[in-house]
Write a new protein. Structure first.
Lengths: 280, 165
């Protein structure tokens, strides 16, 4: 009886005929039987010792390492490392989940070395990136859809600052984006402000406002600063997976409204948002 | 989209459990998980949608752990009989003792044992994850189990083991 087979017996990995053969062997070799039984007990004991980790809450603080640590320099996709303070960084795994989801959705993984969020604006995923305004226009809805996909499923921490502290929320995000922000009131569309958070964006800090309707359907408004092409656009629509995104650029700011609702419903909300954002 | 999100979420508790068992303490474990996700994220282009996400992530964690050990080997002293329980205590040894014994195994043995016993990976997947031949997996598994058994039984281990601190 070879040792590898005995090990496989411990783990129940043998085909039935071999399992039975080892059983017969062990019946005649009590010392070996005791040894293998001890190994089986080890398996059970290791589960008893460590399985509670499986049910433990995942700490929020699974965040990128501080600057200078080995694995982050040159990490793609976040842009504006200066804006990546620990408090505002998206926890690494969430970012990764969103990346995976979008990459798979767009079919760009596989040989597309160096795929980055920044370069994700074209269908090909690599090379031949249009530059300037059209690139920014292409990345805006995708960034917004990623941020939407990452945070809307959150139950405990959908926002950093809740709507109950709206003054603080608005002052904080306005300061970070360098513009007086006014989260639109969407009550007539059936949505209430839940709160907001600050995110690192491709061209600078980004504010994300989250809304929810009575049924729990969530809606996010992504406000991106530092749009360099500095020209206004009309409404555009993009579908990223099941998330629809209406987006437009107004001066140096990009806006994107994301939700997993129909295009028609989303366009009505987008119109309401747009009207409220216009200076009086 | 949602499916990928869920697949990664599904891996996270297991990564944390493995890291916890591998490193022996929660803080180091979560640091290791964090580094694993960071590196995985930076290398996302190398992952293929038809690949085994769990094996890929565990492979990354393995490489990081090896790098860490190489950079800063834990203070170690040779194990002598004085460090071992005076008498066989197999019945009374609790889980804490198992954890202590586990940390006395050489890291290469500990990794294989945990992937097999705790993760319940197939031997072939362990070989792929650690990038070692299947025969090496089986011999390390055998040695790890026997060393752990002897440590728990208060007997001197067969191989040259090290005691952390």
């Amino acid at each position: 009886m070879n040792e590898a087979e005995l090990q496989a017996w411990v783990d129940g990995r043998l085909p039935p005929d071999r399992q039975a053969a080892v059983d017969r062997y062990l019946a005649d070799h009590p010392a070996e039987a005791a040894r293998l039984q001890a190994y089986r007990e080890q398996n059970a004991a290791l589960h008893a010792l460590f399985d509670d980790v499986l049910d433990a809450r995942i700490p929020d603080a699974l965040q990128p390492p501080p600057p200078g640590a080995t694995s982050t320099p040159g990490s793609p996709g976040t842009g504006g490392e200066a804006a990546m303070s620990r408090s505002s960084a998206i926890p690494a795994w969430r970012r990764m989940a969103a990346m995976l989801a979008v990459a798979v959705g767009a079919g760009v993984i596989g040989g597309a070395a160096g795929w980055t969020l920044r370069g994700a604006g074209t269908d090909s995923g690599t090379g031949s990136m249009a530059s300037g305004a059209s690139q920014a226009l292409a990345t805006l809805p995708r960034e917004a859809a990623i941020a939407h996909a990452v945070y809307t499923p959150e139950v405990r921490h959908p926002v950093e600052v809740g709507a109950d502290q709206q003054q603080h929320l608005v002052a904080w995000l306005s300061k970070r984006l360098g513009k007086q922000l006014r989260p639109p009131q969407l009550a007539s569309q059936g949505y209430e402000l839940v709160g907001g958070r600050l995110l690192p964006g491709d061209s600078g800090p980004v504010a994300q406002f989250m809304y929810a309707d009575a049924g729990g359907q969530r809606l996010t408004l992504y406000v991106s600063s530092g749009q360099k092409q500095n020209r206004d656009t009309g409404f555009r629509f993009a579908q990223e997976g099941n998330v629809g995104v209406f987006y437009w650029i107004d001066g140096s700011f990009g806006y994107a409204l994301s939700a997993a609702v129909g295009k028609k419903e989303l366009s009505q909300i987008a119109n309401a948002v747009y009207e409220q954002l216009q200076p009086n | 989209m949602q499916e990928m999100h869920e697949r990664l979420l599904a891996c996270l508790p297991r990564l944390r459990r493995y890291a916890r068992a591998l490193t022996g303490d929660s803080a180091s474990a979560d640091d290791l998980v964090q580094d694993t996700l960071e590196r995985g994220w930076a290398r996302i282009a190398q992952w293929r949608p038809d690949g085994d996400l769990r094996a890929w992530l565990f492979g990354i964690m393995h490489n990081l752990h090896v790098d860490q050990l190489r950079r800063s080997p834990p203070p170690a002293v040779a194990l002598d009989d004085g460090d071992l329980p005076a008498a066989p205590l197999a019945e009374s040894l609790g889980l804490r003792d198992l954890e202590r014994a586990l940390q006395q195994l050489p890291p290469a043995q500990r990794e294989v044992l945990l992937l097999v016993a705790l993760e319940e990976m197939r031997y072939e997947d362990v070989a792929a994850t650690l990038d070692i031949p299947l025969g090496t997996v089986m011999s390390r598994l055998s040695r790890a189990r026997e060393n752990l058994r002897r440590l728990m039984a208060g007997q001197p281990p067969a191989a040259s083991l090290k005691v952390v601190k």
